[in-house]
Design a protein around this ligand. Structure first.
Ligand code: ADP
Ligand code: MG
Length: 467
């Protein structure tokens, strides 16, 4: 008994010296990640047993540090010929409570159409997956077809070569989160592996969980849980800019998962190369798989999205109204959806049909907010520049074709891009009558329909003004 105790103490002292050496040899980060929780189990003949709390840690330490540990022990204690690493906990270290403190990592959501019990079983992961964000609800168009195809591909064959990590980027409200959730919903169906698990969280949540784990001294548990998933998705990675420790942690998790053949999906508002404030080595790794850009929506895509959403409404939304919205609300899909929902809710509440007039009335504030982006002055300036005429010609009475046509284009764009009324627009163009503006709008529309070159020109101007 006493002898055993002395032996243990001796081993402890030796292990302490070895630890200190390993810390300098491996670096503090690596040591903390893998070996901090290791402790001496027993010396059985020539074999010394080290204990680690989880299978994952055991395998990792065996594989990555086994030889180094054996050598270190042999140098420290000639009686030791071999080192084995096993799962186990010495009674003095309260691992169990640490485990609880970390909380469970949610796993394996089910697509809603398959009648799964996502919310009940999976705590915060499934809770944060929006059941509306599926592939079938995602409208595909030129600006997002590549990102969509990549997302589909990853959902069908996770971790396949060239698609890991999948990096989705683009401006606010263009469908990044939607695509990530869609992948998560699709995965268990396709992978055919019932045990496959998905972790989805925003970078912000990742950080708070990481910090929480540090506070409750459960970082090991946290790491282990993260590293046990088949697919890890981190949304809005730009949040980690300047958060060096969390980045570091993410970097290690990232490497561990990719190295063991697991899929990573990341979204951000910029491409990896433009994400300044993210460590170079992480940036490099983020760009090594597939990088897919969600471009700003086009008029056509906005129309398709609106049509899809309107089709499931219980009121009729006229095509004219959809077009009007697609013209006016160009920044992001979320706002476009919000505007449509408000219209529909309003129509239901007051049992009034949706018309262009009610739309302008109901969405007055939204439309006005979008106006601020483009002013008539700006339109006049751009158009004058584009056609190489003087700005003063926009308001002059001259009727020569080479100034009259650009002026009509500017009136047309003023009507399309601002919510100014016809008389207001007329006033800005040298106090012209509202019928002149009406005529100009109609004329430009006609010309655009007839002449593709002219239409491209006007579209180009519109895009420049909207940018
Ligand atoms: P992001 O994460 O890029 O900021 P989201 O994925 O949250 O944008 O999208 C914002 C809203 O717009 C969501 O309600 C989403 O369903 C919708 N949305 C975006 N793109 C599309 C699309 N192509 N088809 C259907 N809905 C879309
Ligand atoms: Mg998002």
């Amino acid at each position: 008994m006493v002898a055993g105790l002395q032996l243990d103490t001796q081993l402890e002292v030796q292990w302490d010296r070895i630890r200190t050496r390993l810390q300098t040899e491996l670096g503090e980060g690596e040591y903390r990640a893998w070996l901090r929780q290791a402790c001496v189990g027993s010396l059985d003949g020539e074999e010394l047993t080290l204990l680690l709390p989880t299978n994952f840690l055991r395998d990792w330490v065996r594989g990555q540090h086994g030889a180094r540990l054996s050598a270190a022990w042999q140098a420290e204690n000639p009686a030791v010929r071999r080192v084995d690493v096993r799962v186990g906990t010495p009674p003095a270290v309260p691992i169990a409570s640490e485990r609880n403190a970390a909380g469970g990592l949610p796993a394996m959501p089910r697509p809603p159409e398959r009648g799964g019990d996502a919310a009940g079983r999976n705590g915060d992961l499934a809770g944060s997956l929006d059941p509306r964000f599926t592939f079938s609800n995602f409208v595909v168009g030129k600006p997002n077809e590549f990102a969509y195809a990549c997302a589909r591909r990853v959902a069908e064959r996770p971790a396949s070569h060239g698609f890991n990590p999948l990096f989705l980027y683009g401006g606010v409200g263009l469908g990044k989160t939607h695509l990530m959730h869609a992948i998560a919903w699709e995965l268990p169906t396709h992978s055919g592996a019932p045990g496959s698990s998905v972790a989805y969280m925003s970078a912000e949540k990742f950080m708070y969980r990481f910090i929480g784990a540090i506070r409750s001294q459960a970082t090991m548990e946290f790491k282990e849980q993260l590293r046990s998933v088949d697919v890890l998705m981190i949304d809005d990675l730009q949040f980690l800019i300047g958060k060096d420790n969390t980045q570091e942690e993410f970097f290690h998790t990232f490497n561990a998962l990719v190295d063991s053949g697991k899929q990573i999906v990341v979204s951000a508002d910029k491409s990896p190369s433009d994400l300044s404030g993210i460590e170079d080595r992480l940036r490099t790794r983020l760009g090594c798989g597939m990088v897919a850009d969600l471009h700003a929506t086009t008029f056509e895509l906005r129309i398709s999205i609106l049509e899809a959403k309107a089709a499931s409404a219980d009121v009729l939304v006229p095509g004219k109204v959809l077009e009007f919205l697609a013209h006016k609300i160009t920044t992001n899909v979320r706002e476009l959806e919000g505007a449509l929902n408000r219209l529909i809710a309003h129509a239901n509440l007051f049992a009034r049909p949706i018309t262009l007039e009610t739309t302008q009335e109901v969405l007055h504030d939204i439309l006005k907010a979008h106006d601020r982006r483009v002013t008539i002055d700006e339109i006049q300036r751009r158009v004058a520049e584009h056609y190489n005429i003087r700005l003063t010609d926009m308001a002059s009475p001259r009727r020569a074709r080479n100034v009259a046509r650009p002026r009509q284009v500017a009136m047309y764009l003023a009507k399309q891009l601002t919510s100014r009324s016809l008389p207001e627009i007329g006033r800005k163009f040298g106090n012209r009558d509202h019928t002149t503006v009406m005529h100009a709008v109609a004329r430009v529309g006609e010309l655009m329909a007839r002449d593709a070159g002219f239409a491209d020109d006007v579209d180009l101007l519109r895009r420049m003004l909207e940018a």
